[in-house]
Design a protein. Sequence first.
Lengths: 234, 253
Amino acid sequence: MLTAILQTKYYYQKHKMLRDISAAIIRHTALSRRHLTPELVLRLITPECPLWRAKEGESPFRDPFWAFYWPGGQATARYILDNQDLVKDRNVLDIGCGCGAGSIAAAKMKAKYVLANDIDHHALAATHLNANLNGVLIDTSSKNLIGTKCEEFNVILIGDMFYDEDFSQTLFKWLIKLHEAGKTILIGDPGRHGLTEKRRRHVQMLAEYKMPRESQEENNGFTKTKVWKLNKLI
Amino acid sequence: MSRVLVGVKRVIDYAVKIRVKPDKSGVVTDGVKHSMNPFDEIAVEEAVRMKEKKLASEVIAVSCGPSQAQETLRTALAMGADRAIHVEVAGAEYDTLQPIHVAKILAKLSQDEKADLVIVGKQAIDDDSNQTAQMTAALLDWPQGTFASKIEKTDGALTITREIDGGLEVIKTKIPAVLSADLRLNEPRYATLPNIMKAKKKPLKKVSAKDLGVDLAPRIKVVSVEDPPVRQAGSIIPDVDTLVAKLKEGGHV
């Protein structure tokens, strides 16, 4: 009986937290189609939002990766929307889902089951909001799934996560294990430093897209973004 | 186009009231707000503007210090630097780190990274040394343009306006060169959220002084750090004659 009361209390608190976070996200973001996947409307921090001009310490969110649509994520979502066979009737896991675009694209292309995963609760709240806006249903989880077997999934999406050397090493080792277990690994990345020469020997580039002006990284940054499939084991 | 190396230092924020430690070994830094040295912000801004004008191809930010130095490097990246190098120096070695060591580190990195322009702030607001640029230039045997308030670049050469006692001096140097930024060189941009987030995905490499072959043994020992003397109370004098008498009395006249 006591357990039931505590569980309900926890559930209510968890939901209240989700509602508060969602309210904050709605307040600080704007609806945007100005990206590689205009079929999807996403809540992002755009030049119309006051937070676009916020200085260090002025943002109510800590590290809002989910409020921006990264080049790698755009490439993955674009590829899924253009190649339905990749996800149709399959179970898709989106690692580091951010705004949820990859998951939403998979759901729209009739994946059987989609799980959006991110350790940041704000990303999961943003994903739910964006899923609603695009008329799809997605499951979310904040558990750290990196390193786990992911047996229920056939397709793994990784959008723009190769920007830290230590993390890239851990990530890549795990992805190779999953590939050996027969899963399709889709990596969206503009060519960041973490996608080293050595690691690129394990992947095959599936597509390359020119980024819309808004998403291009300033000056010498990336103007194109790419999606790769893990397929060669050395 | 040049490859520019910019040295940035993490210092106690300029607005903080400094407190000397009771044991007179230094100032209190624990829990105190730190930021990028203001003259280094100006150096970063100048390098980024060069890139925007297509006078530079790449800007590399470098900082020597403990792990918190990475925050300062992320600020440089958010202002527009392309990548960062953190030379990790911590604990006792950091307490005794001096311009001579930093100059050796910057000189080595400039060679390794094939940079042809090094820009640093003219001095740090904590030690006011005003030595790093000069020593770096000497180690590299490159010309130096210090206290720069204007930098103009043409192919292979620089025209630098320097702030000196008595006014301004204009010099011309070849490239490669070492420059130090003075206050009026530019007004640095604020890093805003989209650029702060983009900076988190830019490369930040960690190296040690040992990797660079630089010996961090101190050449200087800090004997004591003390507050400036407390200002003595003055006295109100009724008229000029009394003032003159008091001045003569005090041996000032």
